[in-house]
Ligand binder design. Structure first.
Ligand code: ADP
Ligand code: NA
Length: 340
């Protein structure tokens, strides 16, 4: 039977936070039941902006450890480090020659990240979506569990696949492929998309690059620090509403209720059913206890794993070898089709 293949990854560009956990890592786990799962630490994406090499290496291990600590089984899933499978770079070069400058120039995330300074950002940042397309198509992944912020990049992945399939139609046919060589990858719906917001500004997403440290709950924060950050989270003074409709125009309240719901696997309705009418003095300590009960065991396991370099290297080497076993035959076909 055909098992659909999923590829996803996180950049080692900062300490992992609650948004990475609820929005990405936690969702990787159940996909193992239904899909062939490939989870990557995308260090080549990370260096599109400056990364201190020591930090890059530390975060690379930290992300791989987080996948495992959160429940991704390295014997069922392929967990590896992008730079260790050089076919990612090779295919992205071919895609750089398939994709058009205009396609890249339209990417809103590039415009946001480059800002006023677009003459002075790296060429890699501009070409980032081409490497992302290579990550996905190197494994002919049919579905990727990406968030709203990656929707445009996935659209571009489809455009690259279509143009490659079209430009090399004749060669693809004579290489023995029926119609398309690369699949047209779909977004995988994995339940309502969770957007965790900053604890200091309920309209901004929680991010590795957030300026204020108190605004972000990191996966490796200890119990006291998590409690302190939640206690100091910005809120309005009103009590919690008993209906979800009462969260409209209260982004900070909506964020904290959403976090509570996600961490407890309940709906916001159910959370408000319990806490409606209560003040923050009741809700915040309950949220802190819940966050600690979920994150502390994961943080402990992450700490144990990152301290065991030998074990981590063994897992990443094994993952890279299994990734290569899929990628190399596909890349050999690409080389043949392109005329290399
Ligand atoms: P960051 O924005 O922290 O640098 P990345 O861009 O590396 O994180 O994203 C890694 C994964 O984590 C992606 O799947 C992304 O959608 C998810 N993610 C990042 N921040 C959040 C957030 N605040 N809420 C939900 N998911 C998030
Ligand atoms: Na980011």
């Amino acid at each position: 039977a055909f098992t659909p293949r999923v590829f996803s990854g996180i950049k080692p560009s900062g300490d992992l936070h609650l948004g990475n956990y609820l929005g990405a890592i936690r969702r990787f786990v159940p996909l193992q039941e239904t899909h062939e799962t490939i989870y990557c630490v995308v260090d080549m994406h990370a260096i599109t902006v400056w990364q201190d090499p020591e930090d890059l290496r530390r975060w690379t291990y930290e992300i791989a450890a987080a996948y495992i600590a959160a429940g991704v089984d390295p014997t069922r899933s392929i967990i590896f480090n992008q730079s260790q499978v050089m076919e990612h770079a090779e295919l992205s070069w071919v895609f750089n020659c398939v994709a058009r400058m205009g396609w890249m120039a339209r990417m809103t995330q590039f415009k946001d990240k480059a800002g006023e300074n677009s003459e002075n950002v790296s060429l890699g940042l501009f070409a980032y979506p081409s490497l992302m397309a290579a990550d996905i198509l190197l494994y002919k992944a049919t579905a990727v569990p990406v968030g709203e912020d990656q929707r445009q990049h996935l659209e571009l992945t489809r455009d690259i696949a279509k143009k490659f399939n079209h430009d090399f139609k004749k060669q693809i046919k004579s290489a023995g492929f029926k119609d398309e060589f690369f699949p047209i990858t779909e977004t995988l719906a994995t339940g309502p998309a969770m957007r965790v917001k900053s604890l200091k500004d309920g309209t901004k997403k929680m991010s590795k690059s957030e300026a204020s440290d108190l605004a972000t709950i990191y996966m490796m924060d200890g119990a006291d620090l998590i409690a302190k950050k939640i206690k100091r989270a910005t809120t309005d003074p009103a009590a919690l509403p008993s209906e979800v409709a009462g969260l409209a125009d209260r982004p900070e309240a909506e964020n904290l209720v959403g976090i509570y719901a996600a961490l407890s696997n309940r709906t916001a309705e159910a959370v408000l059913g319990e806490f409606g009418g209560q003040g923050w003095g009741v809700f915040k300590p309950a949220l802190a206890d819940l966050a600690v009960s979920v994150l502390a065991p994961i943080a402990d396991e992450m700490a144990r794993l990152v301290a065991d370099r030998g074990e981590m290297d063994r897992i990443l080497r094994d993952g890279a070898a299994r990734a290569r076993a899929i990628a190399q035959p596909i890349m050999a076909d690409v080389r043949n089709i392109v005329g290399f």
